[in-house]
Design a protein around this ligand. Structure first.
Ligand code: CP3
Length: 358
């Protein structure tokens, strides 16, 4: 950012010392000059530069090497000109120190080597020190913050307890979550013990990220949409409330899930300053029903595989639904898909900036 311009055209409302970054203000539902935008999976396989790095190092090596993780994080911001950075890491990294074993197999996604099947497995989990075992993530965060424009905040993140538990019980990705739900229904005390371990760990992990320089945090409950509202309230909501209550006060929390149309009200009650919306819901009426909370979303990532005119139509609709209300953060409803053309992502970012500047 050219500082000379600031001196030539001093703008009291844009003074770094007085005003928080655009994205942070939107999380707090404060008025903004335009709608901020960032994109889940803004660093990843859709970028040829990312794929080139991955030719040389494995995914876990990349996450575990702060210099490389910082480079990948910063490159996405420079390339796409988004309003926030998100630290390059993965929600499954804590599974290693918890002791269940984790590998990423090409094409197959994550594999958990010793899945959880019973109360004894839960009792054996290692309650670890986050700085000691995940210190490399904190080191990546410190490196990123050092090079980042102060107006571009860094988002820290973690998996929410249900989504982490689902990987630990299924042993990897799942379609119907049979093992997870059966565990939940038939071994309820062990389920709550597992969720308690995960929610405590998650708050400590996010607080360590905040202490290292993350200005906002996002909880990814990607798969919680497989539950009924009643089951969500019984088996998940108290643990999400505990996780969120344990996060350093004053730092905005984004509470994200997919397929959550029927859960949004309970998710909001569990906590979070910003609620993630996917494309299965209409942003305007859903936000109206949710009431006093910020929202993030909700373009279908598949739209980015089509033509600029289709991207424009859908983006205009979302912006129309947000209706200029304070507290909208533009994003996709889920992460950028690997076959997405980089040009389409750049186009979307420019378009949101152009359509919402007032
Ligand atoms: O740019 C960013 O958004 C930050 C980095 C980030 C990654 N994963 C990098 C990644 C974030 C925020 C995540 C979150 C994550 N990881 C979630 C929640 C969001 C979601 O997508 O629902 C989940 C469920 C995971 C678990 C995970 N990680 C899976 C199932 C896989 C394999 C399948 C897949 O999408 O590739 C990963 C691997 C992973 N995490 C990659 C990246 C860039 C691809 C790894 C590669 O380079 O081969």
């Amino acid at each position: 950012m050219p500082t000379e311009h600031k001196n030539l055209f001093p703008s009291p409302s844009l003074d770094d010392k007085q005003v928080e970054p655009l994205f942070v203000r939107a999380c707090r539902r404060q008025p903004v000059e335009r709608t901020p935008i960032w994109l889940m999976r803004q660093a990843g396989r859709f970028q040829p530069e990312y794929r080139a790095i991955r030719e040389k190092v494995s995914f876990l090596e990349l996450c575990g090497t702060p210099q490389l993780a910082a480079e990948v994080t910063l490159f996405a911001v420079e390339q796409l000109k988004v309003d926030a950075a998100i630290i390059f890491a993965d929600i499954l990294l804590p599974l290693v120190p918890l002791g269940v074993g984790l590998k990423f197999e090409r094409g197959d996604g994550p594999v958990i080597e010793r899945p959880i099947t019973c109360a004894t497995d839960v009792a054996r989990l290692n309650i670890f020190d986050v700085q000691e075992h995940l210190g490399y993530v904190m080191d990546s965060i410190k490196l990123v913050v050092k090079s980042l424009d102060p107006q571009i905040p860094l988002i820290g993140f973690a998996g929410a307890a249900f989504t982490l538990a689902s990987y630990m019980i299924e042993g990897g990705s799942s379609r119907n979550f049979e093992k997870t739900k059966t565990f939940m229904y038939t071994q309820e005390p062990a389920w709550h013990d597992l969720m308690t371990v995960l929610s405590g760990m998650t708050s400590r992990y996010l607080n360590a990220q905040i202490n290292s320089g993350a200005r906002v945090v996002q909880l990814f409950d990607s798969w919680v949409g497989c539950l009924s509202p009643e089951d969500y309230r019984r088996y998940v909501a108290p643990h999400m409330k505990a996780t969120i209550d344990g996060i350093t006060p004053g730092v905005p929390v984004i509470h994200f899930g997919t397929g959550t149309a029927t859960l949004l009200d309970s998710m909001k009650k569990a906590g979070g300053d910003v609620i993630g919306l996917d494309w299965r819901v209409e942003l305007g009426s859903t936000w109206e029903a949710l009431g006093d909370v910020a929202v993030q979303g909700n373009l279908d990532p598949v739209i980015l595989l089509s033509e600029p005119k289709d991207i424009r139509t859908q983006t205009e609709r979302i912006i129309r639904e947000a209706n200029g209300k304070a507290g909208h953060i533009f994003n996709l409803g889920h992460g950028i898909l690997p076959p997405t053309p980089v040009g389409n992502v750049k186009y979307l970012v420019e378009l949101v900036k152009e359509l919402t500047t007032h």
